[in-house]
Design a protein around this ligand. Structure first.
Ligand code: FE2
Length: 391
């Protein structure tokens, strides 16, 4: 089944099963595709009541309960199910063929280091004309609208929300829609209040370099919500940069640079208040064992002395680090938008970097921010998607 990832199954397809590989695996042949499954994998993933708890689906056995020399002694297709008998247990399990195809693993492995999951779409400045957005009232009252908005956050790593209430701590109502606040030493939420003073224009020039928040925590808060309550100052737009797209550009320019920023750990530290010393040792670009891009940590203000790069590699490391920053700073990479009172945005803090642009003129700006985590958001999204499938 090399190369095929998306499988589908229609009832009443002609399906055939063949035992192969000295009974250690089987081949399931549909009209246009053949998928292989190992005996040990099938046995471990049986859905009978002795293997899985009927109510919550949790596995009731350990791998040690399955004989090491498990093989397939018989296999038959009946309607839309596959029956498999395992030896030496002499146990028969029944599998839904649709489930088997959804969980098939007989496919070509990803070969590009830094690949991203199919539900992710990386972006650059061109997304500015189609900033992902939802309507607060709609997503509060309509689960399909909530599902679509959460799906945008999962796909693009950020999304705006409009027409929310202009009231203290309204951001909590946003988090309540999908999960839980992640409380930190900054509290359950934090204030971002700025009085723009025209006599101190130096301050207004302080646009921040795009960054991910709190890289000195391990794990980092994986979501951030920034909610606008007041905005009379000119400028101060929010901007976001897709760190995954930036990593892909770095790889295209020089694969060694991606390699070096993912192989060696940087260090991050924050000890800006009494009793708090937060430290982490993680790479700026985190890649899983099989090459998936997992996370970006990039924050010039809280990068500590980097001491885990060998002497002979440090010069190249700094070249790669500098270039990664230049790509992040490239205006072609940024999407910017203004937040009006009652508007907020949520950002995947493991992927998308954010920043505030410089202010000009006079006025005030009041935002509230908080952290949350992606597990809750993905849980809510998957539940809503499953509901929609059943409907
Ligand atoms: Fe920030």
């Amino acid at each position: 089944m090399a190369g095929s990832v998306h499988l589908y199954y229609r009832c009443n397809y002609m399906t055939e099963v063949t035992i192969a590989n000295s009974k250690k695996s089987l081949e399931l042949s549909l009209s246009n595709v053949t998928v292989r499954f190992h005996a040990i994998w099938l046995r471990d993933n049986a859905w009978d009541e002795q293997t899985r708890a009927p109510l919550n689906g949790q596995r009731l056995i350990c791998l040690r309960d399955i004989p090491f020399d498990t093989v397939i002694s018989a296999a038959n297709v009946n309607d839309n199910s596959l029956q498999v008998t395992f030896s030496p247990e002499n146990k028969t399990a029944v599998y839904d063929i649709k489930w088997l195809l959804q969980n098939a693993y007989d496919k070509s492995p990803q070969t590009v280091k830094g690949w991203t999951a199919p539900n992710i779409e990386t972006w650059d400045r061109r997304l500015m004309s189609a900033v992902p957005v939802g309507d607060f009232n709609e997503i509060q009252s309509d689960s399909a609208a909530l599902r679509d908005w959460l799906n945008k956050v999962a796909r693009y790593g950020f999304a705006k929300l409009e027409n929310g209430p202009v009231e203290d701590q309204a951001l909590m109502q946003v988090v309540d829609l999908f999960g839980y606040v992640r409380e930190t030493n900054y509290g359950r939420y934090f204030e971002v209040r700025t009085e723009i003073n025209p006599t101190n224009l130096a301050y207004t020039g302080l646009g921040l370099q795009a960054h991910t928040d709190n890289p000195y925590r391990d794990p980092v808060p994986s979501l951030q919500v920034l909610y606008c309550l007041e905005s009379s100052a000119l400028g101060g737009e929010n901007m976001v940069v897709d760190g995954f797209r930036a990593a892909a550009r770095l790889r295209e320019e020089n694969p060694e640079w991606l390699e070096i920023l993912s192989r060696y750990c940087a260090r991050f530290e924050y000890s800006g208040e009494a009793g708090v010393t937060l430290r982490s040792r993680r790479p700026m670009i985190e890649i899983s064992a099989d090459g998936e891009l997992m996370a970006i940590r990039f924050n010039n203000r809280s990068t500590a002395a980097i001491t885990d790069v060998p002497f002979d590699v440090m010069e190249t490391y700094y070249i790669a680090y500098r270039r990664f920053g230049e790509i992040i700073d490239d205006p072609k990479m940024e999407v910017s938008f203004r937040l009006e009172p009652g508007e907020c945005f949520i950002v995947d803090n493991t992927r998308v970097l954010h920043a505030r642009k410089a202010y000009s003129g006079t006025g005030t700006r009041w935002l509230q921010g908080c952290y949350a985590d992606k597990d809750g958001l993905y849980s809510k999204l998957t539940s809503l998607q499953n509901q929609a499938c059943k409907a």
